[in-house]
Every structure is written in C-alpha cells, then in structure tokens.
Design a binder for this molecule. Structure first.
Ligand code: ADP
Length: 197
C-alpha cells in the first residue's frame, strides 16, 4: 500500500485544524505536531532534561514544565535563544512524528504543521503540501473569538509567521477558507481527497 503523506499548514486562524479534522473524519491519520511539541515541554516531558541543561532552572516552572513566559521573553530579546530551543525540540518532534506515522495503518497521513513553510525541513518529508488560507482580517476575527486574545496579540503572532504569499508559493493545493461555511470547507476537503487518492 502506498501511503500519501500530506503536510497541512496555514496561518493562525486560517482553519487548518478544522481541515485536519475533516481529513481525520475521512479516515486519515492526523498527526498534530504542535500537540507533540507541547507534550515535550510538560512536566516529565522528554525535552525537559535537555532544556534545564541548556537554559538553567529559570526555564522550568514549579510543576516542572517549560516556563513559557520566561522563554518567550528570552527569545524576544535574543533570536539565538529560539534557535537553541528549537535545536532541542526539532529532533524530538521529528522522532515522535515518525513514530506516530509508523504506527498508522491508514492510507493517508496528514501532518498538521503550523510552521511548515517557516521550518524548511518538512517539505521533503511529505508528498503534498496543503495550505489553508483566508483573508488576514478573518484570521484576526477568528482568533479573537476562539482564544479571547487582543487584536495586538494576534497581530504579533501573525507578524512572526510566514506571509500568505510565502505559504501559497509552497502549496500543491490551496483551500480558500473565506466566506464559506464549515460544511462547504468539508466538501472541498472531500473533493481534494478524491483527487489525490
Ligand atoms: P487554525 O488551526 O488555522 O488556527 P481553526 O481551524 O482552529 O484554525 O479555526 C479557527 C476558528 O475559526 C475556529 O474557532 C473554527 O471553528 C473557526 N472556523 C474555521 N473555519 C471556519 C469557517 N469556514 N466558517 C466559520 N468558522 C470557521
């Protein structure tokens, strides 16, 4: 059996997770790389020993998880900090992702990778890149409604992500999740699944 590996990406609020769930409903294995990354930095997380060694005890909160607020501050002040953290996390994320993929018996595996375009290392691991896109104003409104964040916070996150055109340039297919209902989005995923499989 040939397994189709799809890299699913999109800016925050584009509808990427919604599209991922549509694929899962169609029987695909959905691998959430963000959830994997988070699990690595929970108390007892596999990345925690290396993080303490690299950044010292301030990087850890009372529960033994990554002190995200402290880490964010350090990373804003010095981009090298972010790279050092990524050097710890990325190989572990890669290994766990491969582990989950190896355990899949589905004929489609969808890797949900928010920063696929930014990271560069994902393109060669997947057969197709699927980009979910919408207008920036819609992203902002959705994230404010979903996360309860301020507009400024959403804009700060958007500013750190790839632009819509950078993402589009990497896409084998694009779902334009703008002014359509979630049901219509689901129909478009089904059409694409038929086309690709
Ligand atoms: P992402 O994973 O890209 O951040 P989500 O899939 O979580 O985005 O979608 C962001 C929010 O917008 C969610 O609350 C989701 O239910 C909503 N949403 C996504 N697509 C649509 C749509 N076509 N119509 C209405 N709401 C949508």
């Amino acid at each position: 059996m040939t397994v189709l590996k799809i890299g699913l990406t999109g800016g925050i609020g584009s509808g990427k997770s919604t599209v991922g769930r549509c694929w899962a409903e169609l029987g695909a294995t959905l691998i959430d790389t963000d959830a994997i990354a988070r699990s690595l930095t929970l108390p007892q997380g596999a990345a925690m020993p290396a993080i303490v060694q690299e950044f010292g005890p301030l990087a850890v909160d009372e529960q033994g998880a990554l002190n995200r607020a402290w880490m964010r501050e350090q990373a804003f002040a010095d981009p090298a900090v972010k790279r050092r953290l990524e050097a710890i996390l990325h190989p572990l994320i890669g290994a766990l992702t491969q582990e989950q993929a190896a355990a899949s018996s589905a004929d489609v595996i969808v890797f949900d990778v928010p920063l696929l375009v930014e990271s560069g290392r994902w393109r060669q691991r997947v057969d197709k890149v699927l980009v979910v896109d919408c207008e920036e104003q819609t992203q902002i409104e959705r994230v404010i409604a979903r996360n309860g964040w301020s507009r400024e916070t959403v804009l700060a996150v958007l500013g750190q992500q790839a632009t819509r055109s950078q993402r589009r340039a990497c896409a084998d297919a694009l779902l334009y999740n703008e002014a359509i209902t979630p049901e219509e989005l689901k129909r478009q995923v089904l059409t694409l699944a038929r086309h690709w499989t």
